[in-house]
Design a protein around this ligand. Structure first.
Ligand SMILES: [Zn+2]
Length: 276
């Protein structure tokens, strides 16, 4: 019966249509739910960045490291008492904040100084870092200045956007006969990538890069003051009797009672920033 066949076909078509409509309904609901989810919001944000040309397809092949900050090896509990014993007047937490500021400012300067050449000199690095609450060694400024120079030679702009420091702690405290070093460790994230002539060349613009840095602070003789005051032989031994100065923060020799100028003549400077 042809009519019967037509009816069956008609029912099948109607049934198929219902199934299709149902699927479309589910898909629409799922899409709406996805759009409202955090993942969906990120997806839409990225989609907008793509349409605005800020993000290219190359960004999506990168390993996704979203929201997984690097851990920090923080030995503060063990090390603070040791540091306080040697330097009773030193505020370690204040130094930790200042060293963090130097780290963030350094990334900021690398970006600013490779974005355009404004007749910058190494002195700009030295001055701007010193404004962070702790001085820096000339060798640190030279290292950063060298990075700026190599990037400029290749026509590269080093981008460090939206820097967030997750954690920080004291990682090491080391003493030798002539030096004392405190190493702070920080975990930070930022959008880290490189551009040439305003065009993306490497890195990741879509997902923040998670990284970990060691910031080494050294306690060294202040060369300027040493020269200015023409004092020789200032160090870790008593200038009168030659006994070793056990507590670096002290100002009197525990052996002969002579006043010691070690503290006066020494300063704390950030000496190294190392990504690890
Ligand atoms: Zn002495």
């Amino acid at each position: 019966m042809p009519g019967g066949n037509l009816t069956i076909i008609g029912l099948c078509v109607a049934g198929g249509l219902l199934v299709v409509l149902g699927v479309i309904g589910i898909v629409t609901k799922v899409r709406r739910a996805f759009r409202n989810s955090i993942l969906g919001q990120i997806y839409n944000g990225v989609k907008n960045e793509v349409s605005e040309g800020k993000v290219g397809p190359e960004d999506f092949s990168m390993k996704q490291e979203l929201a997984t900050p690097k851990s920090v090896s923080d030995l503060s509990t063990a090390l603070i008492p040791r540091i306080n014993k040697d330097f009773p007047d030193l505020s370690v937490s204040q130094m930790q904040s200042a060293a963090q500021a130097v780290l963030v400012k350094s990334l900021d300067l690398l970006m600013a100084m490779t974005t355009g050449n404004n007749g910058d000199t190494i002195d700009r690095i030295q001055t701007e870092l010193a404004a962070c609450g702790i001085g820096v060694t000339r060798s640190l400024s030279e290292e950063l200045w060298h990075k700026v120079g190599s990037a400029r030679a290749e026509g590269k702009t080093l981008i460090y956007r939206d820097v967030i420091v997750h954690k920080g702690g004291i990682n090491a405290y080391q003493k030798t006969e002539s030096t004392v070093e405190i190493t702070f460790q920080y975990s930070l994230q930022c959008l880290q990538y490189q551009e040439r002539n305003g065009k993306f060349i490497s890195g990741n613009r879509a997902t923040p890069t998670q990284s970990r840095y060691n910031v080494k602070v050294v306690n060294i003789l202040d060369a300027d003051r040493l020269t200015a005051e023409d004092i020789k032989g200032v160090g870790f031994t008593c200038p009168h009797c030659g006994a070793p100065v056990k507590h670096l923060g002290t100002d009197v020799c525990s052996f002969c009672g002579t006043a010691i100028k070690t503290v006066d003549m020494r300063i704390w400077l950030v000496d190294k920033l190392v990504e690890i």
